[in-house]
Design a binder for this molecule. Structure first.
Ligand code: NAD
Length: 296
C-alpha cells in the first residue's frame, strides 16, 4: 500500500494524515470544507513544531512531512489511484453510507475502503458497496500521533487478506492493532462512553462539579485526564452520536445519553473544537460555571 486518501480533516482526519505523512506515505487529505482543510493543515504544522521543540524531528523533516500531504475538496479528485481510503468524516451514518456509495463508484476496484467510525456498523457501511470484502474499520485514537492503539474492526464480510494488510500497515505506522468484532461501539467506546455519560449524569444530578468529578477520576483512578475533559477533547457531538448508535443498536436504556449532553450539543458547546464544552478553551476560565447554565 503506497498512496493513502483520508476523508475529513477534523480532529481525527488531520491526525491520521499526519501519521501517514510522517511515515513517508503520500496522503490526499479531503474535506468538503476548505476552512477545515486549512485548520487541519495548521494543526498538523503546530503538532510538528511541538515535535521539533522536543527534538524528535528536524525542521527539514517538517517540510518533507507537510510536502507529503495534498489537499482536495472533492472525493472524486482526492481518491484517484489511491490504494487505501480512510474515511474520518463526521460521525453520522447517513453521511458515511453516502460517502461509501460514492467511493465504491469512483475508486479502483482493488482499493481498500476503511472507516475510522467510533461506533457505526462496518457491515452496514460495507453493504452499500460492491466490495464488502474490502471494507474494514480502522479506528485510530485521539490524538492520533500520540496514541498507540488502532482498533481493527472486521465487518461480517471483510476478508482475511484485507484484515491482514490493515494489521500490517498499522504496525508499519508504529501502532498496535487490536482486532475486534463488529457490534455498536466496538470495544473502545462500549466501555469508554458509558463512563463519560455517567460522569455527565453525575454533574447533571449535582453530585459534584466539573473539576471535582475530573479530579476524582484523575487522582483516584490514575486516569491521565478526567472524563469531562476527555469528552471535550473527543467532541461532545461525537460522544452524543456514539451513545445514540449504542442506544439504538442494543435497545438498552443504559446507553441513553444524559439530557445535559444533548442540551450542550444543541447549544453548540462541542468542547475543544468549538472553544467551549465543560471547560472554556478561549481563556483559562474554568468550565464549571459554563456547564451550570445547562443544569436543571
Ligand atoms: P470532526 O467533526 O472534528 O471532523 C469531521 C470533518 O469531516 C469535518 O472537517 C467536516 O467538514 C468533514 N466532512 C463532513 N462531511 C464530509 C464529506 N461529505 N466529505 C468530506 N469531509 C466531510 O470529527 P472527528 O472527531 O474528526 O471524527 C471523525 C470520525 O472519527 C468520526 O467517525 C468519529 O466517530 C471518529 N473518531 C473520533 C474520535 C475523537 O476523539 N474525536 C476518536 C476516534 C474516532
Amino acid at each position: 500500500m503506497k498512496n493513502i486518501s483520508v476523508i475529513g480533516a477534523g480532529t481525527m482526519g488531520n491526525g491520521i494524515a499526519h501519521v501517514f505523512a510522517q511515515n513517508g506515505y503520500p496522503v490526499n487529505l479531503i474535506d468538503i470544507s476548505s476552512a477545515s482543510l486549512e485548520k487541519g493543515m495548521a494543526t498538523i504544522g503546530k503538532n510538528l513544531d511541538r515535535m521539533i521543540a522536543k527534538e524528535k524531528i528536524t525542521t527539514v523533516d517538517k517540510t518533507n512531512i507537510l510536502a507529503n500531504i495534498t489537499t482536495y475538496t472533492t472525493i472524486a479528485e482526492g481518491v484517484k489511484n489511491t490504494d487505501l481510503v480512510i474515511e474520518a468524516a463526521t460521525e453520522n451514518s447517513a453521511l458515511k453510507l453516502k460517502i461509501f456509495q460514492e467511493l465504491d463508484k469512483v475508486c479502483n476496484a482493488n482499493t481498500i475502503l476503511a472507516t475510522n467510525t467510533s461506533s457505526i456498523s462496518i457491515t452496514q457501511i460495507a453493504s452499500v458497496t460492491k466490495r464488502q470484502d474490502k471494507v474494514i474499520g480502522m479506528h485510530f485514537m485521539n490524538p492520533v500521533p500520540i496514541m498507540q492503539l488502532v482498533e481493527i474492526i472486521r465487518g461480517y464480510n471483510t476478508s482475511d487478506d484485507v484484515t491482514g494488510q490493515i494489521i500490517d500497515l498499522s504496525k508499519k505506522l508504529g501502532k498496535t492493532p487490536t482486532e475486534v468484532n463488529d457490534y455498536p461501539g466496538f470495544v473502545a467506546n462500549r466501555i469508554l462512553m458509558p463512563m463519560i455519560n455517567e460522569a455527565i449524569e453525575t454533574l447533571y444530578n449535582g453530585v459534584a462539579g466539573v473539576e471535582e468529578i475530573d479530579t476524582v477520576m484523575k487522582l483516584g483512578m490514575a486516569h491521565p485526564m478526567g472524563p469531562l475533559q476527555l469528552a471535550d477533547f473527543i467532541g461532545l457531538d461525537v460522544c452524543l452520536s456514539i451513545l445514540n448508535v449504542m442506544h439504538d443498536g442494543f435497545k438498552n436504556p443504559k446507553y441513553a445519553p444524559c439530557p445535559l449532553l444533548v442540551n450542550m450539543v444543541m447549544a453548540k458547546k462541542l468542547g475543544v473544537k468549538s472553544g467551549e464544552g465543560f471547560y472554556d478553551y478561549s481563556n483559562s476560565r474554568k468550565a464549571e460555571k459554563v456547564a451550570q447554565r445547562f443544569l436543571k
